[in-house]
Design a binder for this molecule. Structure first.
Ligand code: HEC
Length: 439
């Protein structure tokens, strides 16, 4: 294993309530109705629909909703006026399984702490409500609004709370009318005033301007669809003192055309741990990258894989497979030293638009000597409607029209370190100054 870890894309703990089990709603709501009359048994907005939206949708669909790498839910789904006109679209989106966004195989239900899975009964309720003419019902039936609705607004959009430090580019980055995909490394200077001494990071959240597609940086990367990352009590990650320079590998993306030129910036908000807290475990990770492949033109299911051997005992925290537009499926399997084999993550329908991090609820313990097999599949045929060019042979490259083959992985070392926040941080625990080979 490469000595200290590469701390890229570290999303550890979900920031939002995970969906809870099915509501009282049931699939038996009558769909037939006469105009003007609320059919018997039709669910109402306040009694039946609001609880589903609170638990499954409003973390993103709210005013100042979660900014997932510049990707924002298009409108709030909070008030009756927000939701009723969109009832049909909502019904279609949940029926098709595109909302809420999530891509792990059904066998993993319950495995990931941040899963977004809508119960069948809840889907049926939303569909029946749309079919039944979207009755409002009695506002007194609605549960109180969840606290996260007011937090994000009160802090101006930081769902983790006010940051201790905000990193941004000294000047906004400007894109011309012609620009579509732009890849550039941009520095942020960290002065000694900003971070006089090494600190332990508690959470990182990005709030980006338009056209920021994704960011990879040692401070924690950001991709569309990503939530803020948190380091829970007892876990930590180091941010080294200034003065120094942190590079951000930026990918900007917009539609080209007259009048589309714009300037944009990022904000990486960072909160630090309080003095006195004990960091029991240092979190680390690794960026797997499958090498030596070329996807032939027209091939509908090309796969490549690699193996990685764990050299010390770790507890797995999360995985994040990363491909581009031809990405089709991903799999992480492990063979333990005693020969047992387990599929840790299968993503049967990879979707480039949603770069999910899969965070284990019960973190698997991986003993030293275990072998991880990481496999990816691509669809380079014309059947893949995202495919920009099915006639090209494709290899690794940064632009969206080339492919990537990354598998990010976060774990904590089982060795306890017990650092006290405020004490000097030894050099060998790693930190965000390490180079990363994200590109
Ligand atoms: C993790 C954040 C997130 C959650 C949770 C979420 N959405 Fe969305 N939703 C989005 C984003 C972002 C878009 C815009 C997608 C795009 O631009 O491709 C979207 C788009 C939509 C659309 C428009 C889709 C279309 O093309 O017609 C509907 C309808 C929708 N969401 C409903 C819901 C409902 C209902 C829920 C809960 C059951 C939900 N969403 C949960 C982030 C979210």
């Amino acid at each position: 294993m490469r000595a200290a870890s590469i701390l890229v894309l570290a999303f550890l703990v979900p920031s939002v309530a995970t969906p809870v089990a099915a509501q009282a709603g049931s699939a038996s709501f009558a769909a037939a109705h006469e105009p003007g009359a609320v059919p018997q048994g039709t669910p109402t907005f306040y009694a039946n629909v609001v609880p589903i939206l609170q638990q499954n949708c409003q973390s993103c669909h709210q005013e100042a909703g979660m900014n997932m790498g510049g990707m924002l839910a298009p409108w709030p789904l909070v008030s009756y006026e927000d939701v009723a006109p969109r009832a049909r679209r909502i019904a279609n989106a949940v029926r098709a399984g595109i909302m809420p966004p999530w891509s792990a195989a059904a066998i993993h239900k319950g495995t990931f702490a941040n899963e977004r899975v809508l119960a069948e009964a809840d889907k049926a309720t939303l569909i029946a409500w749309a079919d039944g003419g979207t009755p409002a019902g009695d506002p007194a039936d609605a549960p109180p609004p969840p606290a996260f609705l007011s937090t994000a607004v009160a802090t101006g959009g930081w769902s983790m709370g006010e940051p201790d430090l905000i990193l941004e580019f000294a000047e906004p980055y400007c894109l011309s009318d012609d620009a579509d995909d732009v890849y550039v490394n941009l520095p942020v200077e960290i002065t000694a005033d900003m971070i006089p001494e090494d600190r332990w990071i508690e959470s990182v959240e990005y709030r980006n301007g338009p056209a920021v597609h994704h960011i990879i940086s040692a401070v924690g990367g950001l991709v569309p669809g990503a939530e803020p990352s948190y380091y829970p009590d007892g876990y930590g990650r180091v941010m080294r003192a200034g003065p120094r320079r942190v590079m951000f590998n930026m990918h900007f993306n917009k539609q080209p055309g007259p009048g589309t030129a714009m300037c944009t910036n990022i904000q990486a908000g960072i909160r630090f741990k309080d003095e006195g807290e004990v960091i029991k475990y240092v979190t680390g990770g690794n960026q797997l990258r499958i090498r030596g492949w070329e996807i032939p033109a027209g091939e509908s299911s090309y796969s490549a894989s690699m193996e990685y051997t764990f050299e010390e005992d770790v507890e797995l925290m999360s995985f994040m497979p990363h491909m581009h537009l031809r990405g089709k499926a991903a799999m992480y399997e492990v063979t333990y030293p005693d020969g047992r084999h387990e599929t840790l993550l299968h993503v049967p329908n990879y979707d480039f638009n949603w770069q999910h991090t899969y965070e284990f609820a019960d973190r698997p313990i991986i003993p030293a000597g275990s072998v991880l097999r990481f496999t990816l599949w691509w669809d380079n045929s014309a059947e893949n409607h995202y495919n920009p060019d099915p006639t090209a042979d494709i290899t690794w490259g940064l632009p969206t029209h080339a492919e990537m083959s990354q598998g990010y992985m976060n774990f904590r070392r089982l060795r306890e370190v017990n650092f006290v926040v405020g004490d000097p941080i030894p050099a060998d625990v790693g930190g965000d100054q390490e180079a990363n080979e994200a590109n």
